[in-house]
Design a protein around this ligand. Structure first.
Ligand code: DLL
Length: 447
């Protein structure tokens, strides 16, 4: 049952936190999902006026849900809906049952809110325990948790997961890098949890301080909350001598713990008994055939505080349905390609910042720090300047080497992205570092 640690090991010797649910036979899981979906629709219809109105307008109720495919009859929920209903408009239970609240930072407009009952917190603990167990976390670990604490879900989510597994947690929050490195050495942290960009920033500071991270016991980490590429993973793994796992989630659904990588690192297992996933065409809203890339949508099947129906995440991915060697039977999602709202359209070509990052990391001599600046020139055409940090020794070199590197990056971008990018090489440490989610794009176009 949920909330009971089974602690069974799979063939590879890695832990599966809840074998009963993570390795459930597909038909059994579908039955469970359908029962919980019907129950959710009933609750939302009766308790949340926003949903009752939407369902009434479409002429649907729980009586119309006979199979999981019937979910398509139900209305979507969008980020704009959440902002309009701020702060309590989506509450589906009596207010006195709420025990914790989180919000996403949101750069524009009102933040989005998640209000948790004790049972919702238990679901979160469960999903984060599954997530961190899949990365090898056990009660023997010392987890240095450098996700931000507070309204952001990252810090508390990883904290709950580590505690549920019986590990020792160092609740560092983000920032104060010198102290992070001191604690990492003195307390012998074995696992790191933070944004991938902060993991790299810490590694740079460690190198500057002459600290060899390979000599420390840190051996694994769970990284997420922002887009990162396969090459960035290699960079983190190389600098620490660790295995780096991708974890995904969003405030609206629960926080981190929605999906996670196992030791196979071939897609992220979705906790689908708790969060029902769909992938839709972002234009038409239609469910796409399995395996096609589109927008990820989630329904929270068992949440009580602020459950959501068909929430459009704006994140782009596709389902991977081949069986996973780890033994889990849950559907996997490919690591994110980007967000529908992050996609840059440059002279008509669709470009995701993650593509630029992936291409950049393959080029020798660059540091993993970059900034994409988009503007509209006097000719009214889009122009992209890619600022890239260069390794220290290269910068002190003669200009010939720098010029060759600049030309090389421009050529690679042209061939991989089909757009002309103006590259500006900058000295190490000149691009602003982030202790939380990194800002990679400045779009100065007035469109
Ligand atoms: O970032 C929750 C989280 C905390 C996830 C810690 C993982 C680790 P929000 O602040 O609401 O919640 O932001 C959610 O961040 O819709 C994605 O666009 C992005 N995101 C989250 N995880 C990943 C990831 C947290 N692994 C938004 N890869 C999501 C790429 C991610 N993007």
């Amino acid at each position: 049952m949920i909330g009971l640690s089974c602690e069974l090991k799979n063939k590879a010797g890695a832990m599966i936190y809840n074998v009963e649910y993570e390795c459930m036979e597909a038909g059994e899981r579908k039955k469970l999902q359908l029962a919980n979906l019907k129950n959710l629709v009933e609750i939302l219809y009766n308790r949340v006026p926003f949903y009752r109105k939407k369902m009434a307008a479409l002429g649907v109720s729980s009586r119309d849900i006979h199979s999981l495919g019937d979910i398509e009859k139900l209305p979507f929920t969008t980020k704009d809906d959440l902002r309009e209903l701020y702060p309590h408009g989506l509450l589906a239970c009596p207010k006195d049952r709420i025990v914790e609240v989180h919000m996403s930072s949101g750069t524009t407009g009102k933040p989005v809110v998640d209000e948790y009952t004790q049972n919702d917190i238990n679901i979160w603990r469960e999903s984060m325990a599954r997530t961190m167990a899949a990365a090898g976390c056990t009660r023997d670990d010392i987890v240095q948790n450098c996700y931000g604490y507070g309204l952001f879900t990252g810090g508390p989510g990883a904290h709950y997961g580590a505690m549920t597994l019986g590990a020792e947690v160092l609740p560092m929050s983000s920032g104060n890098t010198a102290r992070q490195l001191m604690v990492m050495q003195d307390f012998g942290s074995t696992m790191l949890t933070c944004t991938p960009s902060y993991a790299l920033y810490m590694a740079e500071e460690a190198a500057d301080a002459g600290l060899d991270l390979h000599k420390l016991p840190i051996s694994k980490g769970c990284f997420g909350a922002e887009p990162w590429s396969e090459n960035m993973r290699k960079e983190i793994e190389g600098r620490y001598g660790m295995k780096a796992y991708d974890i995904y989630g969003l405030t609206e659904i629960i926080g981190p713990g929605v999906s996670f990588e196992c030791e196979a690192q071939n897609g992220l297992h979705i906790n689908e008994d708790l969060f029902y996933p769909e992938i839709i065409d972002p234009e038409s809203g239609k469910i796409l055939p399995r395996g096609e890339k589109g927008e990820l949508v989630f329904t929270t099947l068992t949440k009580e505080g602020t459950p959501l129906l068909r929430y459009r995440t704006r994140d782009i991915t596709y389902f991977i349905d081949e069986p996973c060697p780890c033994g889990r039977t849950t559907a996997r999602m490919h690591r994110l390609f980007g967000r529908t709202d992050d996609m840059l359209i440059i002279r008509g070509v669709n470009v995701f910042p993650s593509q630029i990052e992936h291409a950049l990391f393959e080029i020798e001599g660059t540091e993993p720090a970059y900034l994409i600046v988009v503007s509209r020139g006097v000719t009214h055409l889009d122009e992209v300047e890619l600022q890239v940090e260069v390794k220290k020794d290269l910068f002190s070199d003669e200009t010939k080497g720098l010029e060759a590197l600049r030309a090389k990056i421009e050529n690679v971008m042209k061939s991989k992205l089909q757009i002309a990018v103006k590259v500006k090489l900058v000295e190490p440490k000149t691009i602003e570092r982030s202790i939380g989610k990194a800002k990679r794009v400045i779009d100065n176009r007035q469109i």
